[in-house]
Design a protein around this ligand. Structure first.
Ligand SMILES: [Zn+2]
Length: 311
């Protein structure tokens, strides 16, 4: 089967187009690619791509305008089309991880910009990779390895005295039984601090009853699931045998009481790409990617709702 994406095919046939594309990018005439309005594009074109391109040395392997434009073209294609494996399942593209990728690269450049290419190229070289500026399978896997390495390492199950029973009002299902509302003590304290910060952030417009409590009508940031005993996890596995190894791990971080599934939109814990696309675009998720680390929480890249307290 010919899986050459049409965009790449066009690029191969028309090297002149690449140069034109590169020129457009370097002068900032590029759409944000996120369906944002004219105003945003104008703002971005005045600051981002120009600054990034001129202020950063472009790696040797992407120094000609044609290979530079080609790298941009490949990133645009791979973002939606790259085929890779995770958790025994075929995955497609990396658009769901835009925010985490940008965080790893410490860049605000859009994926379809020259700034992204040069920042990625520099990152690749630091990682001992090819420096192509193209987010291909090898580079994506290297990035995922880092994300996975940043997660909770000690998965010793929580002892009863390490757990507290959080109030039902903290939970997405406010009728959840007490035995399913247990959280490791330090994790809970950090969660409450984080929620207070989210409530205090006017951009999130979270409905709240006090500076530390969400209103009963507010779903975002509520806990879907925290501590899960081995027995409970086994039960879940029996009920949803198709959840896969990524979904309901045998050695789950939820055993520690330090993993919280938080509501970030959509269907709360569904890994379908279409559902995760809703979640990663929610203000709640974007806020968590920017802020959770301050409170000791790190993401599990594949599940936008799953956060682990690592301190
Ligand atoms: Zn989880």
């Amino acid at each position: 089967m010919d899986i050459t994406p049409p965009f790449l095919a066009i690029l191969r046939r028309a090297p002149l187009m690449l140069i034109v594309l590169a020129l457009f990018v370097s002068t900032g005439f590029v759409w944000s690619g996120k369906g944002s309005g004219q105003t945003k594009v104008k703002q971005e074109s005045t600051v981002k791509p120009i600054v990034k391109i001129t202020s950063q040395p472009i790696a040797a392997s992407v120094n000609s305008s044609s290979s530079f434009g080609e790298a941009i073209g490949k990133n645009i294609t791979f973002r939606n089309e790259l085929s890779w494996m995770f958790g025994g399942k075929q995955q497609r593209g990396w658009s769901l991880y835009d925010l985490l990728i940008a965080k790893s690269l410490d860049t605000e450049s859009e994926f379809d910009s020259g700034g992204f290419v040069s920042t990625l190229s520099a990152w690749q070289k630091r990682e001992g990779l090819n420096g192509s500026g193209v987010l291909d399978e090898v580079s994506l896997m290297a990035m995922i390895s880092q994300w996975q390495a940043d997660r909770l390492k000690d998965r010793t199950p929580a002892q009863p005295d390490q757990l507290l029973t959080a109030p039902a009002t903290d939970f997405y299902d406010q009728e959840r039984f007490p035995e399913l509302r247990q959280v490791e003590r330090n994790t809970y304290a950090a969660y409450k601090k984080m929620i207070a910060a989210a409530i205090a952030d006017p951009s999130l417009k979270l409905a709240h009853t006090s500076s530390t409590d969400l209103a009963p009508t507010e779903q975002y940031f509520r806990i879907i699931s925290a501590f899960r005993s081995r027995e409970y996890q086994e039960d879940l596995r029996r009920k949803s045998p198709n959840a896969g190894s990524a979904g309901l791990a045998v050695n789950s971080p939820h055993f520690t009481g330090r993993a919280l599934d938080l509501y970030v939109g959509g269907d709360p814990v569904d890994t379908k790409d279409s559902n995760r696309a809703i979640q990663v675009n929610s203000p709640a998720y974007k806020w968590l990617v920017r802020n959770a680390e301050r409170f000791g929480f790190r993401p599990y890249f594949y599940e936008p709702w799953h956060w682990e307290y690592v301190r």
